[in-house]
Design a binder for this molecule. Structure first.
Ligand SMILES: [Zn+2]
Length: 110
């Protein structure tokens, strides 16, 4: 049973590569051009920012426009794997009980 779980999990991880935890948000940011009209008028420039936690500290990075779609997909994978890991404890406990009860069917209790 353990082997089957491992195989299923590895398959899922492979299907979820690359996986990322964090969030993406659209922002408006100023540029470095001295005479920029968009910045002077306060419109600034659209950009995407990626936020993630690193050892309890929040960190942010601007996402290159060409990488936004790939990162969005990776964040979806990350959520899927996170969900999978959250359920893993209950799955393993059920597996353990099933195996234990198969070995000694008379045993009572959780
Ligand atoms: Zn500007």
């Amino acid at each position: 049973m353990k082997k089957e779980r491992l195989k299923a999990f590895v398959k899922e991880v492979e299907a979820c590569w690359p996986a990322v935890l964090g969030t993406m948000a659209e922002v408006r940011r100023p540029c470095a051009r001295p005479q920029c009209r968009a910045c002077a008028e306060g419109r600034k420039h659209p950009g995407v920012i990626f936020t993630y936690m690193d050892q309890g500290r929040r960190r942010c990075l601007y996402v290159p426009q060409g990488f936004v779609a790939a990162l969005r997909e990776a964040l979806g994978h990350g959520r899927r794997l996170e969900q999978r890991l959250r359920r893993m404890g209950a799955d393993l406990i059920r597996d353990y009980r099933r195996q234990r009860d198969a070995q000694s069917p008379d045993r009572e209790g959780p």
